[in-house]
Design a binder for this molecule. Structure first.
Ligand SMILES: Cc1cc2nc3c(=O)[nH]c(=O)nc-3n(C[C@H](O)[C@H](O)[C@H](O)COP(=O)(O)OP(=O)(O)OC[C@H]3O[C@@H](n4cnc5c(N)ncnc54)[C@H](O)[C@@H]3O)c2cc1C
Length: 436
């Protein structure tokens, strides 16, 4: 599918173009019985299914479309050992001495856990553990970022400070003032990673059904009956891993849907960058995201493109042409060696934000769990949280859960609050521009 834009015809989602062939899955066309029903074949659902199989449970994954159809196959692929906006002290304040250290540790080790999993199962997803670089875009942010480095390294992460000269040399841009650098981070092809998770879970014995949206769930005699258009699954435990339910699909647990803010994020892939310019940028093939409210993130792909992204301020109206112009200008300013930036791909995906940017483990009913780990930086979090909630349902050992189980907590005035990130973005952009 192509979209006409001022810079020429563009294609959607770049990632499938360099991913391998998907394993073949089929629609559910029977009535089956199993221990676990996992709803959603994104990173969270598939990691849960894999962990359940490693625990010997019988598990069926029901996916409305196909693995990687949603955020998991449409994101930027930056594997980041950190939380968006919040640091270890915020986590401790919100979660206390019991859960706080566990979540901090899970985050600090999260990127390494992803790369270890990929290596363990030989997943073909162009994974590059080149480190994560988080540069300060303004001098006044340097002290705060250094404090963040201290806090994360005290918490056990591999974060360290890179001074201005080192950071600019490594990044290939004079725009930055020093950086947090963590060698455990990196990037991957998220579409391929999700497909490989599906292949691995299936090889371990998980049943995966595509084109099988769960339309309704009924409780019956201590078990659940999940109905899809062409079959049913009877299960004792449900792991609902549906993230931000796609618009147009009825939420299976409305209170969970109202506990997160859905957010549309755009991703763009440039045309192939000439070797000379490429050699002078991100010299260790790092993943980069900076300190702006209007986040600047980028990484190279296996075929030498740059993937970057952003949100459309205020409204989705004409979002693509607006972002094509503004993101090209931004890249040309920060990396003049690129010359005129041209994009070949633009696509969008749906993220889910929690009000404090921390993950959640919602308990919808007895043995019905809905983990949320997205917050726009969820590759590592959904990988590890999916494994933890799966393990918990098997051994009931809550001492390894990084956040408490809780009932869904709908956000007040959700119908309005859901537009807050988009409406407040211009304020953040002004703040970004005023920082020196
Ligand atoms: C554009 C974008 C860029 C991002 N960039 C990054 C990044 O660079 N780094 C990073 O760490 N994170 C990033 N994220 C966040 C990351 O993509 C998510 O945290 C992660 O993919 C969420 O995985 P998930 O499995 O929870 O959800 P999803 O991938 O959204 O999967 C949910 C699945 O549930 C299915 N489903 C929904 N309802 C039903 C139903 N009723 N029946 C059956 N199936 C159903 C959907 O079809 C979908 O496949 C980004 C997100 C977006 C949108």
């Amino acid at each position: 599918m192509s979209t006409d834009t001022p810079r020429g015809p563009l294609r959607q989602n770049y990632w499938p173009t360099t991913a391998g062939a998907a394993a073949a899955f089929h629609r559910l066309d029977a009535d089956i019985d199993c221990d676990y029903a996992v709803i959603g074949a994104g990173i969270m659902g598939l990691n849960s299914a894999l962990a359940l199989r490693e625990n010997g449970a019988s598990v069926t994954v029901l996916e409305a479309e196909h693995p990687a159809t949603a955020a998991s196959g449409r994101n930027g692929g930056l594997v980041v050992p950190s939380l968006p906006r919040v640091g270890p002290a915020d986590v401790m304040r919100v979660l206390g001495d019991d859960y706080g250290p566990r979540l901090v540790r899970l985050v600090a080790d999260g990127a390494q856990a992803v790369f270890d999993l990929i290596a363990r199962h030989d997943m073909k997803c162009d994974a590059v553990q080149g480190g994560w670089i988080n540069p300060a875009h303004a001098g006044e942010l340097v002290d705060g970022l250094k404090a963040r480095v201290d806090a994360w390294s005290r918490a056990g992460s591999r974060a360290r400070w890179m001074d201005r000269a080192q950071a600019c040399e490594r990044i290939g841009s004079a725009w930055f003032h020093g950086a947090l650098y963590d060698e455990s981070g990196g990037h991957l092809n998220p579409f391929a990673y999700t497909q490989e998770l599906a292949r691995t879970a299936s090889a371990k014995g998980a049943r995966i059904h595509i084109d099988s949206p769960v339309l309704r769930i009924d409780a019956a005699s201590g078990r659940y009956l999940l109905r899809t258009p062409t079959g049913t699954v009877r299960a004792t435990t449900i792991l609902q891993c549906t993230n931000a339910a796609p618009s147009g699909r009825r939420a299976l647990a409305p209170a969970v849907a109202r506990s997160v803010v859905p957010l549309t994020v755009f991703q763009l892939a440039t045309s192939i960058v000439p070797q000379a310019a490429r050699r002078a940028m991100l010299k260790g093939n790092e993943a980069l995201s900076d300190t702006r409210n209007n986040l600047f993130a980028l990484r190279f792909t296996v075929d030498g493109r740059i993937v970057t992204g952003g949100m459309a301020p205020l409204t989705q109206w004409m979002a693509e042409p607006r972002l094509l112009r503004s993101l090209a200008r931004r890249m040309e300013r920060i990396f003049p060696q690129l010359g005129e930036v041209r994009f070949d791909f633009i696509w969008r995906g749906g993220a889910a934000l929690t009000p404090d940017f921390l993950p959640r483990l919602f308990e919808v009913g007895p043995n019905w769990y809905a983990p949320i780990g997205c917050n726009g930086r969820g590759i590592a979090m959904t990988t590890t949280l999916g494994q933890r909630i799966a393990d918990y349902t098997v051994d009931r050992d809550a001492s390894r859960l990084p956040v408490p189980l809780m009932s869904a907590a709908p956000i007040k005035a959700h119908a309005v609050a859901r537009y807050a990130p988009q409406l407040l973005l211009p304020v953040g952009m002004i703040q970004d521009a005023m920082r020196r």
